[in-house]
Design a protein around this ligand. Structure first.
Ligand SMILES: *Cc1c(COP(=O)(O)O)cnc(C)c1O
Length: 852
């Protein structure tokens, strides 16, 4: 055969005039939470819709022109098209909130930086929980009309596609995205050219192209280095999410942090608040400092001005999970920076230092470069306060500035249409605007029990169709027989979805303990083998291709699933992604989560499950530590920390089995006269009513706005006024305090009676040696309480001492406090001093304190 070249050509259909706005719908990620929009596309050609991975833009480029022409004449299609457009238009016509209850001004733009964003399976720039949370945050900012932009990376390859072979070996398949198929467009600058910024790398600079994606009202900017003018290895920087080695990771983080700030500046956007969502983006701090120094500020002043308007959210529950780089790498990559801002290498490195380690920690940089910091659940906030303790060395973790804001999920994305319809009918349309109103949701009882149950059954059956489909593909690819497939799918029957179905789907990492269920196979066998009360477990999840133990977990689950006694009762479904996640969290009966306490930072899949009427069975770690109220699901109380891991696993597995056999299974199979489990429905309703209003992303973003964004914007403005007068002032004051603090001491002057009568007044008097500081630079405080937990500082009431007029020339300052205790009994009290300045953002941000 003569050699020949095959050229490629894509013929795109012409979209009929009447349907022209389908393009607009395909180019706004509004479709990622508006189900009717997705259904509209799917209806045109369900097969193609699946083939293009539910991607509206790719779909429109490939759909047969004839189908479009027919649809343009089809009154039913046109009616839903017009209905959707009017919903779309009314959503987008509401202006950005002006001085609403949020406390953010209309010009107080928030810029939210994250390494990944998960909106929908058609837009593969996410790997898991962190990205989906970031996507939910943007969607909610749009719902709330906040002045808000996102900044991330446009990866050519998102996270991998997972296939599993017969032995449970994971095969990772990466595919390149065609950016023409994604809902993105290049940002065009004032001169009509594609906007590019550049970022310095050792001996060169890399060009970064800026793309934008519409997320309802919000714009997401995405950075891309895959450009002709870049060196081949620099083109690869934005190639793969979490790909490559440490150098690649550092380069990605430079592009995100430094390039992201430059992109915003090039578009003349001036955020009032920067939000670093996980440490990957922390280099933005250094770039903002550099830009402020261009206005004549010194490094310390610029850092104060930057930090005060920066929010940092940490997501990692173990120190080893924090991103870090060697000093050598940092100094190589920031050589240009040191020269430009004229600071010493040690000054730069000290921003990323933690005691006991000698590398550069991105979490430490993010904390030092921000004044608002949080973990993502109450428990994780406490864990993070301990991990970051050394950044405020003299402050107890309980009081240090590491706070928490618990995650939430975007209800329109994760609540199934079936539920939205039921809520519309029984609670009225207003449920959409009452998402955070707990008293409103007690009305869940107005939904008749049998209807609640049949909605659940219908969602389960839809889920089982998808699971069967995926298992069949898996099975035949691995050369399985038809008869064997029938056996495998015996309990996953969508026509008759009566088998109790329990879901466990999440990343395969050791701490999530996918094997806990298999701790005692005999016991498990008993639990699943009652022919009257069968149980089906569905597992799904990916392991990072570099995580060898994670992949071993998948193999073990596959091995158990193959054992004759578990055949058909344990299904392992490949390629856990957003689509499968949405189906599983809404379709199973019980959502199981058994991480090793306290390593689950938050977990959000259980929230998605709960809002869909699925009941949680979980270790009280992460969000379940707050979500579980004793009567809205089941809790595995973790064994005490520090217990031998083998024993802990045994005890917690035992609790799991007991809950399954004594509570879950009997409750599910207790069909009364009505033919459905009445008590089960009650429990599921309590779960929805107690969890939906608390763990949705509207509540989460509102908290960020009120507690962080609005105060950060205020502080930022205060520090910036009069050419950064206050930032300068606070930087100079802190420097003075740091020098003097080691010499500050307290001494008691009054003798302090041991016993008084209720109603007696006490006068406390202390002398403070301030080592050159003024009496107003220091707060002296008394803590008093009737507590036996002397280590729980929050249990104490506190009172401020007054400085007395000072004696000239003396370094000893006297402080007094008059107090009439309003408690009786044995009381404890303590006296302490710490640096005080009205411009501080957190009273203990300096990390300094002395106790008497
Ligand atoms: C929600 C979600 C996650 C995060 O859930 P966890 O509870 O943190 O495991 C991960 N992956 C997908 C696809 C999700 O939808």
């Amino acid at each position: 055969m003569t050699p020949r070249t095959v050229f490629h050509l894509e013929v795109n259909p012409k979209i009929p005039r009447r349907l022209i706005r389908l393009e607009e719908l395909a180019n706004n990620l509004w479709y990622s939470w508006d189900r009717p929009t997705r259904t509209l596309f799917a209806r045109l050609h369900p097969g193609l819709w699946d083939a293009v991975g539910h991607n509206p833009k790719a779909f429109l480029k490939r759909v047969d022109e004839k189908l479009l022409a027919e649809a343009a004449e089809d009154p039913v299609f046109l009616a839903s098209y017009n209905h959707i457009l009017s919903a779309y238009d009314s959503y987008h016509s509401e202006p950005v909130r002006r001085n609403g209850p949020s406390g953010l001004g209309p010009d107080d733009l928030v810029a939210y930086f994250c390494a990944e964003f998960g909106f929908h399976e058609s837009f593969p720039i996410y790997s898991g929980g962190l990205g989906i949370l970031a996507g939910d945050h943007c969607k909610t900012a749009s719902d709330m009309r906040l002045p808000f932009v996102g900044v991330g990376m446009l990866y050519r390859q998102g996270y991998f596609h997972q296939t599993l072979d017969n032995d449970g070996n994971q095969h990772a398949l990466y595919t390149d995205s065609d950016f023409d198929d994604l809902p993105v467009a290049p940002v065009i600058d004032r001169d009509g050219r594609e906007l590019k910024v550049s970022v310095e790398l050792p001996g060169r600079s890399v060009a970064v192209k800026v793309w934008q994606a519409r997320v309802g009202h919000v714009t997401l900017y995405l950075l891309d280095t895959d450009l002709e003018e870049n060196r081949p290895d620099d083109r690869d920087i934005s190639h793969r999410l979490y790909g490559g080695d440490r150098t690649m990771r550092l380069e990605q983080e430079l592009v995100l942090g430094v390039g992201g700030v430059r992109a915003l500046a090039a578009m003349d956007l001036k955020p009032a608040v920067f939000h670093i969502n996980e440490g990957h983006a922390a280099f933005l701090v250094l770039e903002r400092v550099r830009m402020l120094m261009g206005q004549g500020l010194d490094f310390a002043t610029a850092l104060e001005a930057v930090a005060v308007s920066t929010v940092f959210t940490t997501h990692t529950p173990v120190p080893a999970g924090h991103d870090h780089f060697s000093d050598e790498m940092i100094l190589t990559y920031f050589d240009w920076y040191l020269k430009e801002v004229k600071i010493l290498p040690e000054e730069l490195l000290s921003l990323g230092r933690t005691p006991g380690s000698n590398d550069f920690n991105m979490t430490a940089l993010a904390v030092r470069g921000s004044r608002f910091h949080n973990g993502v659940s109450r428990i994780h906030g406490e864990v993070s306060a301990r991990i970051c303790q050394s950044l405020w060395p003299q402050i107890e973790p309980e009081e240090n500035p590491m706070d928490h804001i618990t995650n939430g999920v975007h209800v329109p994305t994760f609540l199934f249409q079936d539920w939205a319809d039921v809520f519309d009918k029984f609670l009225g349309n207003e449920w959409r605007s009452r998402l955070c109103d707990a008293s409103f949701w007690t009305r869940i009882d107005e939904i008749p029990d049998h209807l609640f149950w049949s909605t659940r059954q219908s969602l389960k059956s839809q889920m089982l169709y998808l699971v069967r489909h995926r298992i069949a593909i898996q099975h035949f690819r691995n050369h399985g027989s038809e008869a064997h497939l029938d056996r495998l799918l015996k309990y996953a029957d969508p026509i008759n979805p009566h088998v109790l179905t329990i879901g466990f789907a999440r990343r395969f990492v050791t701490y999530k303990r996918a094997l806990l269920l298999f701790h005692d196979l005999e016991w498990l066998k008993q639990i699943v083998s009652d022919p009257e009360r069968p149980v089906l477990f569905i597992f799904a999840g990916k392991a990072h291709p570099a995580d060898v133990p994670g992949q071993e977990l998948i193999r073990r689950v596959a091995e158990f699933a193959r054992m004759p006694e578990f055949e058909g009762k344990i299904l392992l479904v490949e390629n856990y992604d957003l689509r499968l996640a949405r189906r599983l969290v809404s379709g199973v009966d019980v959502w199981l989560n058994n991480p090793t306490y306290p390593q689950e930072a938050c977990g959000t899949s259980g929230m998605k499950a709960a809002i869909n009427g699925v009941i949680n069975l979980s270790v009280t770690d992460g969000w379940w530590g707050e979500g579980y109220d004793g009567k809205n699901g089941w809790a595995i109380k973790p064994a005490p920390e520090g217990m031998d891991p083998v024993r802990r696993d045994r005890e917690e597995a035992q609790t799991l089995y007991e809950i399954l056999q004594d509570q879950v299974i009997p409750l599910y199979y207790d069909r009364g006269k009505q033919g459905y489990p009445v008590e089960w429905v009650k429990l599921a309703k309590r779960s929805v009513a107690s969890i939906l209003p608390r763990f949705n992303s509207m509540r989460m973003v509102s908290e960020y706005v009120q507690r962080f964004y609005a105060p950060a914007a205020r502080q930022g403005a205060i520090y910036a006024q009069n050419r950064f007068e206050n930032a300068k002032h606070i930087a100079a004051w802190k420097s003075r305090v740091r020098t003097a603090w080691p010499g500050v001491r307290l001494q008691r002057l009054d003798t302090g009676p041991k016993r008084i009568q209720f109603g007696d007044r006490l006068t406390f008097k202390v002398a403070a040696h301030l080592n050159g500081l003024g009496p107003d630079d220091v707060a002296v405080e008394l803590l008093i309480g009737r507590t036996t937990q002397t280590d729980r500082l929050s249990k104490y009431e506190r009172f401020r001492f007054r400085p007395e007029p000072s004696v000239d020339g003396s370094d000893q300052h006297v402080y007094t406090l008059d107090l009439e205790p309003d408690l009786c009994g044995k009381l404890n009290y303590m006296i302490r001093a710490y640096p005080y300045h009205p411009l501080l953002t957190h009273p203990f941000e300096m990390g300094m304190m002395v106790w008497l």
